[in-house]
Design a protein around this ligand. Structure first.
Ligand code: THU
Length: 161
């Protein structure tokens, strides 16, 4: 038996101005994307924006439905749109921002497990690390790769080796 640790690495920032320009622009795109959120049930509006390796930015927002499992989070809406429209381009970064009734939370919104799983697969597909920017008005967290937000990932491609 061995006791071991798993270290999660991320950077924290106090404001958008501290981010490097392309990450700041991506975060602003996520905030902008929140405007298209359709969340009549939860009233929790989330925006996400994916930057592709050629610099293209693809936005998404959460879309709810009366049959609740039919709805989708902002992150997956953005990633699926990016993959559907630009299938050959790696997703190098995703930014997320949200809050109740089109406000933005002070602490960052953290992606659900299913969205992390989808991030992991697109990162695996491209072979390029996908960074994750979680925006809150008082705190911003940046993870350099999906493993840092989803350790011990299930990877069916790995199990086939
Ligand atoms: N939601 C997202 O879109 N992204 C997150 O990271 C957290 C949750 C959505 C799903 C649902 O429409 C609403 O927020 C409340 O859970």
């Amino acid at each position: 038996m061995r006791n071991t640790n798993c270290v999660i690495r991320y950077r924290e920032y106090d404001s958008l101005e501290e981010l490097e320009p392309k990450d700041r622009a991506l975060t602003e795109a996520a905030i902008e994307a929140q405007k298209t959120s359709y969340a009549p049930y939860s009233q929790f509006n989330v925006g996400a924006a994916v930057r592709l390796e050629d610099g293209t930015v693809v936005k998404g927002s959460n879309q709810e439905n009366a049959a609740s499992p039919a709805g989708l989070c902002a992150e997956r809406t953005a990633m699926f749109a990016a993959s559907a429209q630009h299938p050959g381009l790696a997703m190098e970064s995703i930014a997320i921002a949200g809050g109740h009734r089109y406000t933005i939370t002070e602490q960052p919104v953290s992606p659900c497990g299913s969205c992390r799983q989808v991030m992991s697969q697109y990162q695996r597909k491209s072979g390029v690390p996908m960074s994750i920017i979680l925006y809150g008005t008082d705190n911003i967290k940046v993870f350099d790769r999906v493993e840092d937000i989803l350790p011990f990932i299930f990877d069916s491609l790995e199990t086939k080796k």
